[in-house]
Design a protein around this ligand. Structure first.
Ligand code: URC
Length: 293
């Protein structure tokens, strides 16, 4: 006999744009929203009975309704919280709402050094993310993050001392290009007053962990060491953060010696596949672990 275990239903990849007009200055965001509802809908799966079900089409429509209701400029965390709470408070069969939001990297343009009133350009790939859950007991969980944050440094990176056997071809190096696309998520011990400010603090810490000071930088003996240094800095600078998950592919730039010349740390074969893949969860001592592995 079969038994229904966890079940949920939601809408994926709902895209929206939202403008807030503050006089002549307009603020714009583009969001990709995913919803998922845990609800008392076993009979839909086992008996084909849809009574009381919040259709995924309704969930999609609600994404837009709640965006409209956010009358003041807000962060993705505030929006996702409002959306999750709406589902639980409106639909008695819903026991837990899960909402993911990703913010596209539109940035206000500057013309002659002056911020434009309503002009935006998309520069880069970096997407700000959040994952919010809210349940009928009123438990709210907000996780923040960033993905596709691509970083590269042309030196101050090496890789030495690793195991060598018959399968090892990689030479040891003290100078190489280090490039990665950072995915980070972090959990708070307590919710910050200002999600935007805390996001900026954590993002800044992650970048400083990679690059070090502007003159001279900081040496990376491995992606692993740099990942841990980044997470340590984030925990140090943002006291609200209790744990950080980081995933960092090692995007290899392979030494290239064009025909007739040698390799002088100047020309590389740029690759994306295959790539190394390094990840870890780093928690504040005595904090609850945060599982993304
Ligand atoms: O920083 C690195 N970590 C690794 O685990 C690894 N493995 C590898 O081939 N190159 C590298 N570089």
């Amino acid at each position: 006999m079969a038994e229904l275990q966890l079940h949920q239903h939601g809408k994926s990849r709902v895209r929206l744009g939202r403008t807030w007009r503050e006089g002549s200055v307009h603020h714009f965001v583009e969001w990709m929203v995913h919803t998922m509802l845990e609800s008392d809908m076993e009979l839909a799966f086992t008996d084909g009975d849809n009574t009381g079900m919040t259709a995924t089409d309704t969930q999609k429509n609600t994404v837009y309704v709640v965006a409209k209701k956010m009358s003041k400029r807000c962060s993705i965390e505030q929006y996702a919280t409002a959306l999750a709470q709406h589902f639980v408070h409106t639909y008695p069969r819903v026991s837990k709402a899960k909402v993911w939001v990703e913010q596209a990297p539109w940035k206000r343009v500057e013309v002659g050094g002056i911020p434009h009133d309503h002009g935006y350009a998309m520069c880069g790939t970096e997407v700000r993310t959040t994952h919010v859950t809210y349940d009928r007991a009123g438990k709210l969980d907000v996780q923040c993050g960033v993905k596709d944050l691509k970083v590269l440094k042309t030196t101050q990176s090496g890789y030495e001392g690793f195991l060598r056997d018959a399968f090892t071809l990689l030479p040891e190096v003290r100078d190489r290009v280090m490039a990665t696309s950072v995915t980070a998520t972090w959990k708070y011990a307590y919710q910050p007053m200002d999600y935007d400010a805390t996001f900026a603090t954590v993002r800044g810490a992650l970048l400083d962990g990679v690059f070090g000071p502007p003159k001279g930088g900081v040496y990376s003996p491995s992606v692993q060491f740099t990942l841990y240094a980044m997470a340590q800095l984030a925990l140090e600078r943002a006291p609200q953060v209790e744990s950080v998950f980081l995933n960092m592919p090692n995007l290899h730039f392979l030494p290239c010696a064009p025909v007739g010349s040698g390799f002088d740390d100047d020309v590389y074969v740029a690759t994306s596949e295959p790539h190394g893949n390094i990840e870890a969860v780093v928690t504040r001592k005595d904090a609850k672990p945060h599982c993304r592995l």
